[in-house]
Design a protein around this ligand. Sequence first.
Ligand code: ADP
Ligand code: ZN
Length: 721
Amino acid sequence: MARARVLLLNPALGPLDYRVDREHAVEPGSIVLAPLGPRQLAGVVWEPERMPSDAEVGDNRLRPLLGVYDLPPLGAPLRRLIEWTSDYYLSPPAAVLRMALSSASALDASRTVTEYRLTGRVPDRMTPMRTQALERIGERQGLVRELATIADVSDAVIRGLVKAGAIEAVEVSVEDPYPRPDPAFARPTLSAEQAQVAGTLAGAVSARGFQTFLLDGVTGSGKTEVYFEAVARALDEGGQTLVLLPEIALTEPFLRRFEGRFGHQPVAWHSGLRQSQRRRAWRAIASGEAKVTVGARSALFLPYRDLRLIVVDEAHETSFKQEDGVTYHARDVAVMRGNFEGCPVILASATPAIETRHQVAIGRYRELKLPDRFGGATLPDIAAIDLTAHPPSRQHWIAPPLVRAMEETIARGEQALLFLNRRGYAPLTLCRTCGHRFQCPNCTAWMVEHRLIRRLQCHHCGHVMPPPAECPECHEADSLVACGPGVERIADEVAELFPDARTALVTSDTMWSPAKAAEFVGRMEAREIDIVIGTQLITKGYHFPELTLVGVIDADLGLAGGDLRAAERTFQQIMQVAGRAGRGEKPGHVMIQTHGPSHPVIKALVAGDAAAFYAAETEARRDANAPPFGRYAAIIISAEDQRQAAETATLIGRTAPRIEGMAVYGPAPAPMAMLRGRHRQRLLVHAVRALDVQSAIREWLGGLEWPRSVRVSVDVDPYSF
Ligand code: ADP
Ligand code: ZN
């Protein structure tokens, strides 16, 4: 009798065995439907020897599989990746599998999706909600749920509009083919330097073996143009490419640039897709028809049929680290996927992570350098402004030397950018009379004032409250003060200092859609903007030739606190934002405001000495046995009940194994001691690199039990300390 081991799409379950009746043909990777109690659940057939089952069931007690989906089976490289991710990051394999099947929407067999759109008819009876819905939906279409989200109204409002004839149903095919990008569409003439690097990368694609490259080129050196040649080679040879970007906001500019080079857009994959787009993309990726996919980290687990190249752009970005659910690092998983697929992986960055440089140093990755900006553009000069010597006036944050440089820049008709990595108007609101501070009720975090939307908001759980008229403690009116600046406050200061300048505020609150991003780029290119004020959203990817001045409002912001990566991250972020200056023919200038001009990071930035910074930082890591030399894993214990969390943490701490080369610290309150209403305790495991930390933790936690209301999760190679 035929039996099959099936990994079901339920993270709480291990693999289960089923009977395969004659009408079903299955192989490892087949996507099947199986009974579970009274329910039916999708799953994937696995090789039994690779997926041990804890419940061996005799042949006569096996339940039969209910069906096999008419979809291509998941390939062996993806199955190996799922196993590896599950082992390395200590997550249930089914939780990883779920990412591959993308919340099961891929499993819907129908060839169309019913979407809704405006008919142009205005209903007889209007309400404020209906007006809002009609305005916000505009040209867009989607499921009822999706339109309700876009319009910020309830599903019932949308359904009411359908009944009233203002919205109609349309059938959207999920099988329409994607146009094929043309590798020869607009091939640029590469510089000699670029051509050599591009030749090596394209050669690696043709050679069809696993190899990891660090494409290390200064900002504006033409890294994108260069890796596009490797993409072109994969296209020439009929294979698929995956390009990973660190955030959705970069997708839109990337799509446009790709289209300029290849004549058609690649397939996009990110959390902002509509269900119909998601299903169409998944199918085309699985069939091999989607030749180039650009996406956020979740695109790593899609079932590419014939992957020949993986590119991780801005590979140093910390947003590649997934912090919720399966906590994985997309850069590292990308390298593993390349390993299993047997294809090259390109990590592109102007400011590579210490970990990545280390892999080059030990000979695991091959470094390819582009040391100069393309087309004779020079790197900007960087100067520090000592805020102690040049203090801004009271309740202001832009120091006089930066104000002067901005004046000169706009007078020349060029553009300036002010960078502050803080959303909102002020990070903290305080009562002058009693000292009360507004804290989030669910998190260890201050409520951030947002004047644009007239709310205080928690940046961790999204909790909002209207701006208070009086202090809730002492009931004093007019006693509340905003402390410190966010970008909105800097924008106010700019408006006060430069009343005639045309400005743009770029944060996730103002630039929340691809259309908004495109509009901003258009205005910059048309030179309708003199001064941009932005968060980290503005630090990457953009190429504005007339932007010649960058001011960093608070270079010390990221250096505060004892974070392992504080120095590295600050260096990278300032190098990246500095990289926006002087990309055209005119030279760029960068001014960084700091209270500590003699801090090693600031000194390295001013001296333009990246090598010295990396060498010093690497030595510091070696001394501390920190990554990439030693390794960490964090065990996070959380519960709504503070005592339960503490008790479980104590239990886990008390049973910590004694292993040579491994130390366990804590339990102690986690860096966010309360998050989304849950109390969090943490144990930190620190070990030498050679130690198999995962096995140690698996054995340790595997023997313990805790109340169901307590959640224990492990973050391997954690980023938040
Ligand atoms: P990076 O990704 O290294 O920051 P880009 O690839 O964005 O650099 O290149 C910087 C600018 O130079 C872009 O406007 C790009 O189109 C242009 N560029 C780079 N290489 C070439 C080339 N060979 N021919 C024409 N333009 C190029
Ligand atoms: Zn909160």
